[in-house]
Design a protein around this ligand. Structure first.
Ligand code: ADP
Ligand code: MG
Length: 756
């Protein structure tokens, strides 16, 4: 506890210092506005250019004053002093904490304009496509006012459109698109095919969500290869197996094991001697395991849907079809086979990167969120970012009630429904935040029985839901929403709603982190509006059962099962802190594994750049295989140069993909192997360094071999002849291999490590 106190004090002291300095700068700015208002647009822009000429903002007060005037003229919003202060802190590279509804979109655009005027390209990162489009359009007049360009990169853009969009000074984009474009650009063999123009600054909205909650989500690029697939024969044989007799499932439903009886039965049906014979270990056994996993652990309509002849994954925490997600390739094919669908191409993972590694590639980061203070540890440890707390423009009027803790889930649910009905009867609008879709549906049904109409949002369509959530403050509305739904949308109060007490926010349980709780609460009480928030809990909630496993609490419930008692509420907070600490530990550990790979990939990138931009490839191959170079003397020099480049890049990329796959296997098996000897992470590092050391040399050796044998003529090199062609098609997806996100993705994660 001592260290913790110290820490919060240190944080407070620091932000106070920042505050005082920034406030002074801002108040000088506020005084200058009147004078600057007399300038014409052209004069104002010239003034801005004059103080940003040397790649620095030489007069910050003047700069903020100019932004105030420009924002008023272009967007009809006059930035509040707190917004100017936030801009200052972000220009310094901080993550600012600024409550919901305080106007972070404008703050972000002003900051981006500041960076862009000093010659730095900015990626303004959003959590989804809809927000990238919305913010780019909304803020466009301000950015363009200064003669700068602004764009949005979204999923639907073609390569040409992307290339153009990336050249803008300020690029709004969802984080996954940025990552996918990076991965795709790292496969090209000609610089002109790249779509990205590198940026100097990443300015991240909902920074804690991207930098902490989703930090370990890998973005994956896969390519089609007609690969190993589960055959119909194996699927048929496996479909006849029975649980307990032929296979067993472990307690947490992550793994399935064949029994001896199961193995014998399959051997009989497949007409083979032993599944575990050498010739079957890497082939038949792998397919059997995939088919068995598909049969035993993945349940239709829970883990996936079958739609239009295709398998669509369900993301349990969002309850939505996860468009961008696939299972690891063999598993996807196995599920397709199980459902009797056309089996899609087997694929191979070409490359992958976590959001955290992606963010680590920007020379400068800054960000904004309503809930940064609770993520101070992670932001500092993983990104070396500091947090500045920005005051509200108007004081908070929201009333946060004490948690209502019930002994049993049933009692909680009954009380919850009762409370919603009660508030609803007064006309006060209600936003109910649920954990998952199942809970949303349960509430919809219960409230339906009482004739209460409601909107249920499950983060299925960001744009549509933004429209619905925008109206959640209308009189008499009841909106039920999961955590992810409608993020970034402002909830304004309808006519007469302020008098009724504003928006009421009700959480159906506390989240795994207090940050998530506060994000939900923050929906109410924007810009000094009245509002209220309350959480309903039961001792049977997941958070309490896992977080409270080591502690006992005794209290006497009242007639409705309510435990109205401070000790109980403290206990709830304790449970949440336990869970938060667990998440932090997992994050640190997982990052230790990823970090080395992130560093190694930078080395690969440098080598790639070299091969792309110089004639090193042809020079090296000439030197290593002079007799072959002699044979190719007739080939045009430029054609040969490009052929050499393609050969070298092919093998470099191929070895890198292999390296990633190997290290995934190592990571999975290391815990089994290294128990007594070394710590797993040391062993992992040792192997990673060893494998990587030979990678470059192996790639060169193989390139020399290919150079010697491949057909090279006036058209260039024909890598396809030797089965070395790059995949004809690639696709991208996110793996929910994310211990922090929770929600039924464990099986996927295990599978991937096991079989990749
Ligand atoms: P946040 O992202 O912080 O939750 P938004 O950027 O969505 O907030 O802004 C919330 C609302 O406040 C928007 O409707 C926006 O138009 C309005 N707003 C922001 N700044 C100002 C301002 N300086 N003057 C007037 N309205 C503003
Ligand atoms: Mg916002």
């Amino acid at each position: 506890m001592g260290a913790f106190d110290w820490f919060w004090k240190a944080l407070g002291a620091q932000s106070e210092r920042n505050d005082r300095k920034s406030r002074q700068t801002v108040s000088v700015a506020d005084d200058r506005v009147a004078e600057l208002e007399r300038l014409s647009d052209t004069e104002l822009v010239a003034a801005a250019r004059a103080i940003t000429r040397d790649g620095e903002i030489s007069d910050r007060s003047e700069f903020l004053a100019i932004l105030q005037v420009a924002a008023s003229r272009t967007l009809d919003m006059r930035p509040f002093s707190v917004q100017s202060q936030a801009v200052l802190r972000m220009l310094e590279g901080d993550v600012i904490q600024m409550a919901t509804g305080e106007g972070k979109t404008l703050v972000g655009a002003m900051t981006a304009t500041g960076f862009a005027l000093t010659g730095r390209r900015v990626h303004a990162i959003t959590v989804n496509d809809y927000l990238a489009r919305r913010d780019a359009e909304w803020m466009r007049p301000l950015v363009e006012f200064f003669g700068l360009t602004v764009s949005a990169v979204t999923e639907k853009l073609s390569a040409d459109e992307r290339r153009k969009a990336y050249r803008a000074d300020v690029v709004y984009a969802p984080v996954n698109e940025l990552g996918f474009d990076l991965l795709r650009d790292n496969q090209v063999t000609d610089r002109a095919q790249m779509v990205r123009t590198p940026a100097d600054v990443a300015l991240i909205d909902e920074a804690d969500s991207v930098l902490v909650d989703e930090a370990l989500v890998p973005l994956v690029l896969a390519g089609s290869v007609a690969g190993e697939q589960t055959t119909g024969e194996i699927t048929a044989a496996v479909s006849g197996l029975r649980e307990h007799e032929h296979y067993t499932i472990d307690d947490d439903h992550r793994n399935v094991f064949l029994t001896d009886a199961g193995a014998h039965r399959l051997e009989r049906e497949l007409g083979i001697d032993s599944l575990y014979a050498d010739e079957h270990i890497g082939t038949t056994l792998v397919r059997v395991n995939l088919a068995l996993h598909a049969k035993a652990l993945l349940i239709r309509d829970i883990h996936y849907l079958v739609e239009d002849g295709k398998v669509a994954l369900i993301d349990a925490s969002r309850g939505r079809v996860a468009d961008l997600q696939r299972w690891p390739d063999g598993l996807q094919a196995a599920v397709e086979a199980k459902e009797g669908l056309t089996v899609t191409d087997g694929g191979r993972i070409l490359d992958q990167i976590t959001l955290q590694a992606l963010m680590g590639r920007y020379p400068q980061l800054c960000g904004m969120t309503g809930t940064a203070v609770e993520a101070v540890d992670q932001l500092r440890e993983f990104y070396d970012l500091r947090v500045s707390v920005i005051e509200r423009n108007r004081p908070l009027q929201r009333i946060d009630e004490d948690d209502r803790v019930y002994a049993r889930l049933e009692d909680k649910n009954a009380a919850l429904v009762e409370r919603i009905a009660e508030i609803h009867a007064t006309g006060q609008p209600i936003l109910v935040g649920t954990h998952d879709v199942a809970e949303s549906e349960f509430l919809a049904e219960e409230l339906g029985k009482r004739g209460i109409e409601l909107n249920v949002l499950n983060a299925k369509n960001d744009e549509e839901e933004a429209g619905i959530i925008a109206e959640a403050g209308e009189r008499g509305r009841v909106t039920v929403s999961t955590q992810m739904a409608g993020r970034g949308t402002d909830i304004r109060l309808g006519e007469g709603v302020a008098e009724l007490g504003g928006l009421a926010v009700i959480g159906t349980s506390r989240h795994r982190t207090s940050r998530l709780d506060n994000q939900l609460r923050g929906r109410a009480g924007r810009q000094g509006d009245p509002g209220m928030s309350v959480f309903y809990l039961s001792l049977e909630d997941d958070l309490i059962e896992t977080g409270g496993a080591d502690t006992a609490v005794s209290a006497q419930p009242d007639g409705d099962g309510l435990l109205d008692n401070r000790k109980v509420r403290d206990f709830v907070n304790h449970c949440q802190r336990v869970t938060e600490n667990q998440l932090l530990t997992i994050h640190s550990q997982t990052w230790k594994y990823n970090r080395l790979l992130a560093d190694q990939r930078k080395i690969i990138d440098t080598r790639r750049d070299d091969l792309l931009d110089t004639d090193k490839a042809v020079a090296e191959l000439r030197e290593r295989a002079p007799e072959r170079a002699e044979e190719l003397a007739d080939v045009d020099a430029q054609v040969l140069e490009q052929a050499a480049r393609e050969i070298m890049l092919f093998h470099l990329d191929d070895e890198w993909a292999e390296h990633l796959a190997t290290m995934d296997d190592v990571r999975e098996s290391i815990h089994l192997r290294a128990v007594a000897k070394e710590t797993p992470i040391d062993e992992f590092h040792r192997i990673a360094v060893r494998e990587f050391k030979d990678l470059a040399q192996r790639a060169v050796d193989k390139s020399v071999e290919t150079f010697r044998t491949a057909r090279i003529d006036a058209e260039g090199v024909h890598l396809g002849d030797d089965g070395l062609a790059r995949p004809s098609a690639t696709w991208t997806y996110m793996v929910s291999d994310n211990p922090l996100a929770g929600g039924g993705s464990g099986a996927l994660a295990t599978m991937e490590r096991f079989f990749s």
